[in-house]
Design a protein around this ligand. Structure first.
Ligand code: TMP
Ligand code: MG
Length: 216
């Protein structure tokens, strides 16, 4: 189990299909919370590590890897950061993260792997206090700038990933909040902030629930 602390930071993860607005909303939330407490914004895959640079090559279609091997590499790329995420949270820093293990499972399920296999390597990672899921329809996402450069950016794949994100087993045990990307950015960001405030009230100073383990 992760060490616990009375006034830890909030762990918020943003999930969704490619081009669903995760980066924009996660950065806006980080900026918002940053006015009152230290915040760390991060994203997965973290392309800066050796494992991350291999994943970067894979996603840019410069390297081929088997589906199962790539799944384990994405998970390893999170484990590289797991202890530092727990450490930051326990020292009172909010951690805002663009993609996490839910992307890991959803994309690999779309590639034909089963949920149990997909969740196993990520079991035990720090569990987020809130997942903000940015729902977008694949056809709409395909209209966005530069779409199609990344390995998984094609409509059939995105449709499968979208279905996988809705599996109850994938969402089990974490607080999910779904957002409709067709609404304006302002409306969604206001709701993102509200959801974060509510999660913060649940894990506020003195009442902080211990950092939990994902899917454990
Ligand atoms: P992004 O950097 O634009 O979010 O793209 C990362 C791509 O990698 C995106 O298509 C989703 C995919 N992905 C996985 O397949 N498994 C994972 O565990 C993660 C974090 C991302
Ligand atoms: Mg992308």
């Amino acid at each position: 189990p992760w060490p616990t602390c009375g006034s830890r930071g909030l762990f918020v993860v943003f999930e969704g299909l490619d081009r669903s607005g995760k980066s924009t909303h996660s950065k806006l939330l980080a900026e918002h919370l940053g006015s009152e407490a230290p915040v760390r914004w991060m994203c997965f895959p973290d392309r800066s590590s050796p494992i991350g640079s291999l994943l970067d090559l894979y996603l840019r279609k410069q390297a081929s890897l088997s589906i199962s091997a790539v799944h384990l590499l994405f998970s390893a790329n999170r484990w590289e950061q797991a202890a530092s995420i727990a450490e930051d949270l326990n020292s009172g820093t909010h951690v805002i993260c663009d993609r996490y293990a839910f992307s890991g499972a959803a994309y690999s399920i779309a590639n034909g792997l089963d949920l149990g296999f997909c969740q196993a390597p990520d079991r035990g990672l720090p569990a987020p206090d809130l997942v903000c899921f940015m729902r977008v329809c694949p056809e709409e996402a395909a209209q966005r700038e530069d779409y199609g450069l990344s390995r998984y950016e094609y409509p059939e794949m995105q449709a499968k990933v979208g279905k996988a994100f809705d599996l109850p087993g994938l969402r089990a045990g974490v607080a999910w909040h779904d957002f409709d990307s067709r609404r304006s950015q302002e409306v969604n960001q206001a709701e993102v902030r509200d959801a974060a405030r509510q999660a913060l009230a649940r894990s506020g100073p003195g009442t902080a629930p211990p950092l939990r383990q994902l899917w454990a």
